[in-house]
Structures are given as structure tokens and as C-alpha cells.
Design a protein around this ligand. Structure first.
Ligand code: URA
Length: 428
């Protein structure tokens, strides 16, 4: 393999044969190709993209670089969901147990906070004692016996992605559709799933700001899923305001518990039910999305969905009953409307960074999170407010950080004379 020739081909927008791509990536994983050389290649892909067949080969190479989980004993439908990341996005924490209580098997390997967006694992780890790094054997056993396990990605799954993602992160090559697709889909396929639903977040608080950016990503992810015989549905949901009532750490676990007990906010439940309906139809539980919504509502009403969440927490060492008292914040501040009118716009990116500032995310890899931190949204887009009406309540256990988060939040809403409505699903 001549690396310069591969970079040259890619720079000219040409496709690289699968076996050359494999040689290159395995040489990189084994240390024979250096970061500088791989960066040239990543930049060429970033600039010129990849053809569909190349993306599929790339995904397969990442997948084959590590362990692939299988569930030969399971007869139930095995599925997962993936979100491209948002603010207040606790959908996995509600949807996972809900789908498991409907009889699906959910092997969910999930991530930590990324940029201004929260991470499912960081939130779950606020449950006292919760273990998120089980062995793959334990992960499989939990899925086989309880229908679900939610844990963090392990070293043995897609190690090539791990190494390349770290390099992309420092070389400005994260936002490339082929690289994102290979990275996300290899890790999902490695879970041994038959079905997948993708929540492509779109809007001012998402990585994809517009539908013109989101659509090609969704379509390519779907093509890759289908190339690996995984039933793949895509939902485009809005991140033009945070999802639900809170964004943060333990507060999002508490909100997820409320949702599983039938007290979820309408926007959160709409996203949960939309994604859940896709999975229930894929699984053949029902043919109709309306029936699928009724099934989900019933599993919440009869307590089975919440019971499954309690089982997950207990199986992974978590003590839910002490979560509230151990994660009680020391400080809080309320941010009030400065004028009267309607909330027209929420700057969700800014709100996400305010949450990071409070201690819900990392600016540096080794930053320590604050499990007590978060933001409550007391008013959202379209709500009428008077000057002095509370809009945000933010809380944590580090007063200096609280003050700087307040500065982000002060400028995060626009209040105007028009009552605007928020569109939750952009296109489905
Ligand atoms: N998340 C991933 O796992 N990979 C990407 O490339 C982007 C987001």
C-alpha cells in the first residue's frame, strides 16, 4: 500500500478500494502508520467525502477491528437507538426500559458528554453505586436475562474507531458524514442488533443546525444500517430548544423516573413514543404506530416500564432511593425574564454550554463532573412571560461555576411580541 497514492486518490475525489482502506486502517491501529499520515487521509476524506460503497467498507473495517457481540440464545427482537446529541436529551434513559418492558432486547452501549451535549452514561452514574463498565459477558447476561443493559463503550468494541475518533477530535475532522457514519454505525452493529432507530437532532442546539445538513447524515446512516441487514428508521427531531424540563445530571435521572411513572413532559414523551413506535413496528409487535403509542402508554400506566428501570439500576449496583438526597445541590439561582412578551427563541447551544459550565460536561478530557448540577426550564418557546417571570433555575455545588453559568443563561432567550410555536418533528 502506498499511503501517498491513497491520499492523492482521495484528494482527487476518487474511491479507495476496500482492501487498501483495510490495509491503511489496520496499519494505523498497529502503529505502522503515524498520526500525521492518517491526518492527511482524514483531511482528504473530510474535504472530498466517500462514495456509499466506501462508507460501507469503512464501517465494516471499523467493526471488524474488535469484538462483535452476538445473542444466539435470544429469540426476541434485538434493537437499539442512537441520538446525534442534544441538550436535555434523556430519551435513551426512558426508551430503553420502556422497550425492554415491551419484550424487546436492548443492548445499549452509549457515550459520555460531547461538547455542549450531555451523556447518558454520565447521567446514569449519578445513581449512587451505578456501574457502567461491566464486562461484555456481564452485559450479555443482563440483556439475556432482563432484556436490557446500558453501559459505556468498551475498549474491545471497534478499537480502530476509538483511535481514529481521538485523532479526528484534534484535527478538525469530526464533522464529516462518512467518518461519522462509520464511527456510529460500526459501534451499533457490533452490539448484535437487528433493528435501530436514529434520532437526528436538528436545530440551534444540535451538531446539525439545518435539515439540509441533517438529511444527508440520516440518509447515509440508514443506507449503512440496511447494508448490514439492520432495519433502520430515522427521526429528525428539533433541538431548537432543550428537550423536557431539565438538562443536567441527577436532575435528568429524576425527570426520566417521572416520565417512566407517567409524569413526563409532552415534548419528551412525544419523542420517546415516536422512536419507540418505530422499534415496536420493526419488531412486529404491531403494524400501526398509533397502536404502538397505546402499547407504550399502557406499559407506563401499569408500572412495567418503571419496574424495568428499577431492575436495570439494581442489576448494575445502583441505589435509586438515595439518588435525590446524595445529589442535592448546594447552590441555586433563578434567571428571570427582563421584559414581557412571548419566548420566541431559545439559544440551545448556549444553554448547553451553561450546563457544561455548571459541571454537566467536560471542556477537557479529565474534567470532573458535578452530579448535583443542572438547569430547570421554567418557561419554553411560545410561553407568555412577564418581566420578572422565572425562566431558568440553575443549580450545582460550586458557586463560582454557578455564577459563570448564569452569564450564559441571561442571553439565552429572546422575548418578543409574537406567540411562536415550536415544531418538534422536522420531517419523519
Ligand atoms: N459520535 C460518534 O460516535 N462518532 C462520531 O463520529 C460522531 C459522534
Amino acid at each position: 500500500m502506498n499511503l501517498q497514492k491513497l491520499v492523492q486518490l482521495k484528494s482527487e475525489g476518487k474511491s479507495i478500494p476496500g482492501n487498501d482502506l483495510e490495509t491503511l486502517i489496520s496499519a494505523y491501529v498497529n502503529g505502522q502508520v503515524h498520526d500525521g499520515e492518517m491526518t492527511q487521509f482524514l483531511k482528504a476524506v473530510h474535504a472530498n467525502g466517500m462514495a456509499d460503497e466506501e462508507i460501507i467498507s469503512f464501517t465494516e473495517i471499523m467493526l471488524n477491528s474488535g469484538e462483535r457481540i452476538q445473542f444466539p440464545r435470544l429469540e426476541t427482537y434485538i434493537a437499539d437507538k442512537h441520538s446525534t446529541g442534544g441538550v436535555g436529551d434523556k430519551v435513551s434513559i426512558v426508551l430503553g426500559p420502556l422497550m425492554a418492558s415491551a419484550g424487546l432486547a436492548i443492548p445499549m452501549l452509549t457515550g459520555r458528554s460531547l461538547g455542549h451535549t450531555g451523556g447518558t452514561i454520565d447521567k446514569l452514574e449519578t445513581i449512587p453505586g451505578f456501574q457502567s463498565n461491566l464486562s461484555i459477558d456481564q452485559f450479555k447476561t443482563n440483556v439475556e436475562t432482563m432484556g436490557i443493559c446500558i453501559m459505556s463503550q468498551t475498549e474491545s468494541i471497534c478499537p480502530a474507531d476509538r483511535k481514529m475518533y481521538a485523532l479526528r477530535d484534534v484535527t478538525g475532522t469530526i464533522d464529516s458524514i462518512p467518518l461519522i457514519c462509520g464511527s456510529i454505525m460500526s459501534k451499533k452493529i457490533a452490539e448484535g442488533i437487528q433493528g435501530l432507530v436514529l434520532d437526528i437532532k436538528t436545530g440551534n442546539g444540535a451538531f446539525m443546525k439545518t435539515m439540509d445538513q441533517a438529511k444527508p447524515l440520516g440518509e447515509t446512516l440508514q443506507k449503512v444500517g440496511e447494508a448490514f441487514a439492520i432495519k433502520t428508521d430515522v427521526v429528525y427531531s428539533s433541538m431548537n430548544q432543550p428537550l423536557g424540563r431539565t438538562a443536567g445530571m441527577w436532575c435528568e435521572i429524576q425527570e426520566s423516573i417521572d416520565a417512566l411513572q407517567g409524569k413526563g413532559s409532552q415534548d419528551l414523551m412525544n419523542v420517546v413514543f415516536e422512536l419507540g413506535s418505530k422499534l415496536l413496528v420493526q419488531a412486529g409487535v404491531t403494524r400501526w404506530e398509533t397502536a404502538a403509542i397505546a402499547i407504550q402508554e399502557n406499559l407506563i400506566q401499569n408500572g412495567k416500564a418503571y419496574q424495568k428501570f428499577e431492575e436495570i439500576a439494581a442489576a448494575q449496583g445502583g441505589n435509586l432511593s438515595e439518588g435525590g438526597s446524595l445529589n442535592s445541590p448546594l447552590f441555586e439561582k433563578t434567571i428571570k425574564a427582563e421584559s414581557s412578551g412571548y419566548i420566541e427563541t431559545m439559544d440551545t447551544l448556549n444553554i448547553g454550554w451553561a450546563a457544561v459550565e455548571l459541571g454537566c460536561g467536560r471542556r477537557q478530557k479529565n474534567d470532573i463532573l458535578d452530579p448535583t448540577a443542572g438547569i430547570e426550564f421554567m418557561a419554553k418557546t411560545g410561553d407568555e412571560v412577564k418581566a420578572g417571570t422565572p425562566i431558568f433555575r440553575c443549580f450545582n455545588s460550586n458557586e463560582n461555576k454557578l455564577d459563570s453559568a448564569v452569564n450564559y443563561l441571561i442571553d439565552s432567550v429572546i422575548i418578543g411580541p409574537k406567540k411562536v410555536s415550536h415544531t418538534l418533528f422536522l420531517l419523519s
